[in-house]
Design a protein around this ligand. Sequence first.
Ligand code: ADE
Ligand code: ZN
Length: 315
Amino acid sequence: MKKLELHLHLEGAAPPSFIRGLAQEKRVDLSGIFDERGSYAYDGFEDFLRVYEAATSILTTPQDYARLLAEVLERCAEEGVIYAELFVSPEFCGGADLGAWRDYLAAMVEVADRMRAQGIDSRGIVTCIRHFGAERARKTAICAAETAGGWITGFGMGGAEGVGKATDYDWSFDCAKEAGLGLTCHAGEWGGPESVRQALDLGCTRIGHGVRAIEDGQLVRDLAEQQILLEVCPGSNIALGVYPAWDRHPIARLADAGVRVSVSTDDPPFFHTTMRHEYNRLADVFGWGDEEFAQINRWAADAAFCDEATRDRLR
Ligand code: ADE
Ligand code: ZN
């Protein structure tokens, strides 16, 4: 079954073997972030962010990002993904310096173009990091706005949802919106319904995760009515402890209430998941079949940050 993936962090999709290989090439000791089986080792969300940033610190050149994107898109294609939107942060690509970011982006676009010819289409969503603060987010938004169009079609925010309010970053989201970028923001993963409302106040048409909206019936109705898409990553939520088990996850209840949802892996190697695994669990636990998966594909296509002709092809 063809799959669309709208919520995938490029750095978070780096296989441990890729990061270990790069560390060896650069003679940097990163052994502390791996367990004895070679997987990423972390304990809870804060620690996950620390390990994520430590792994990312080995990606220091445009060529590193190009190699990473090629590896990640190849894996996407193996999972039956025909279209992926990747979060990528100029913060990690040269410290949100516009000149450096252009170099990193050019290297990634070359790979994305090559991979498109091999059947996997992609777009980039420039992402600021909430716990790095509003000032750094501004620099990131400028990088996004200056390189909007082409491969970069969206702007978003990840990182620690507990830091400040989403609306503290309104300048950045306004800047990205004026440049014509689609907007999405991580919310309702660690924060409750109020956090999701703040992301809506930023002008987002999609919410990263958004699952804790289920705690507020009025918000669920508003999301359904406004056709906001939730980029749901069930395996991520379970691995990080947002929900204790698959059968407690609200994705099916949200969809049943008319909220548009898509399915993604977030940071697959960190959560020992793949798109096939997510689909299989949804089929096993909620009885989802062809009809439900076709519906989430249509919803994802409708909400994708791409041109109408591409959207039509994806539906
Ligand atoms: N960055 C990468 N994965 C994330 C997640 N699940 N939540 C917030 N920020 C992230
Ligand atoms: Zn995410």
